[in-house]
Design a protein around this ligand. Structure first.
Ligand code: KIV
Ligand code: ZN
Length: 387
């Protein structure tokens, strides 16, 4: 049975760039957009054109540059926003306007001081207006995660009838549990008339650390697009991490989903985003953190040296990392010490290993991490020389 293709909608340049201190200029955005296209994303959300002249220019330049991916611009359900998005996307080969409005009770009552009926009318009017400029119109129901499913289904049905091609169901505040978010997508799939004419999309935030789990639950319940960012960068605790979704689907082939992402470019793209945005990647970040393929305890090191798969479910080469690493610490055992010594050219006999191991532990206690230079010095001090 052939796999179902999941569209990857990257919003690093829009939701990711909203993070304080991550603002990018047009040249930086162009460089990242090129890297995202090379990575194989299906949609690049390039920015929010009405928000500033700089962001308008970025969306316009990205539209000229990108050849295969769809280029998307964000707007509120406001005519001047939609006009700005359409103008910025004028040169795009595959333009998409992303428009929408808050649908939860708190958005309707406190943000808009409106009523559910008026919000529904504004949603429909926005989609119809956007359709005058482009064929591909994505609608977002902001705070869908906390929106009553019956009302959400009414809004979604109305915007599908108005011509929306993609239906974004954001868990804007990262509140939902995976079962709940999956059930929401399933409810829409099963109760919205005309839903087969459009694509359901997940857009999850990570306030409770559930963004990736929620996105996968959404896919398992019928969503066919995932909105995400490189390194999970985004407002507050961030968005769903692209690299996590891609590798979950790849490492679980029985789920029968695939993406168009070249996973070997994940590490490089992650580093480029980190560098351009000036945000460090936490060392223990899944897939792209510096410790994702590093082993430091004796038990794990021994297992990995004997067979990598004992403690690794991903081949590091699959995400563009050359090799797993053995880090020498005070928790390392003799197997790791001998392995590291061999890597730097020392073939230790059992006696040599026994004689330096205690000294190595004292050094590791003092230094936290024993580097190759330290190890080399230790061996030579003990009159052990490289082969
Ligand atoms: O999180 C959210 O609801 C959003 C929308 C603007 C799509 O980013
Ligand atoms: Zn968002």
């Amino acid at each position: 049975m052939s796999s179902t293709r999941i569209q990857i909608f990257d919003t690093t340049l829009r939701d990711g760039e909203q993070v304080p201190g991550c603002k990018l200029n047009t040249n930086q955005k162009l460089e990242l957009a090129e890297a995202l296209e090379a990575l194989g994303v299906d949609v690049i959300e390039a920015g929010f054109p009405i928000s500033s002249p700089g962001d308008f220019a970025s969306v316009e330049e990205i539209s000229k540059l990108i050849k295969n991916a769809t280029v998307c611009g964000l707007s509120r359900s406001v005519e001047k926003d939609i006009e700005a998005a359409a103008a910025a996307l004028k040169y795009a080969k595959h333009p998409r306007i992303h428009t929408g409005i808050g649908t939860s009770e708190s958005h309707i009552r406190y943000k808009f001081k409106s009523t559910p009926e008026q919000i529904l009318e504004r949603a429909v009017a926005a989609v119809k207006y956007a359709k005058q400029f482009v064929e591909d119109v994505e609608f977002y129901a902001e705070d869908a995660g906390r929106t009553d499913n019956v009302y959400l289904a009414r809004v979604i049905e109305a915007v599908v009838a108005a011509g929306a091609t993609v239906l974004n169901i954001p868990d804007t505040t990262g509140y939902c549990l995976p079962e709940e978010y999956g059930a929401k997508i399933a409810y829409l799939r099963d109760n919205v008339k005309g839903i087969e004419k459009a694509t359901l999309s997940t857009h999850c935030h990570n306030d409770l650390g559930l963004a990736t789990a929620n996105s996968i639950a959404g896919v398992q319940s019928g969503a066919r697009q995932v909105e995400c960012t490189i390194n999970g960068i985004g407002e507050r605790a961030g968005n769903t991490a692209l690299e996590e979704v891609v590798m979950i689907l790849k490492q679980h082939p029985h789920l029968n989903f695939e993406t168009g992402i070249n996973s070997r470019l994940l590490s490089r793209t992650s580093q480029l985003v980190s560098e351009k945005m000036g945000v460090l990647i936490q060392p223990n970040k899944a897939i792209v953190g510096s410790n994702a393929f590093a082993h430091s305890s004796g038990i794990h090191q021994d297992g990995v040296i004997k067979k990598r798969e004992t403690y690794e479910i991903i081949d590091p080469m699959d995400v563009g990392v050359d090799h797993s690493s053995i880090v020498l610490t005070a928790r390392s055992g003799r197997a790791a010490l001998a392995f590291k010594a061999r890597q730097i050219g020392f073939e230790l006999t059992k006696n040599e290993l026994d004689s330096v191991y205690e000294q190595f532990l004292s050094l590791a206690d003092a230094k936290k991490e024993v580097q190759e230079d330290d190890l080399c010095q230790l061996l030579e001090k003990n009159s052990i020389h490289a082969a």
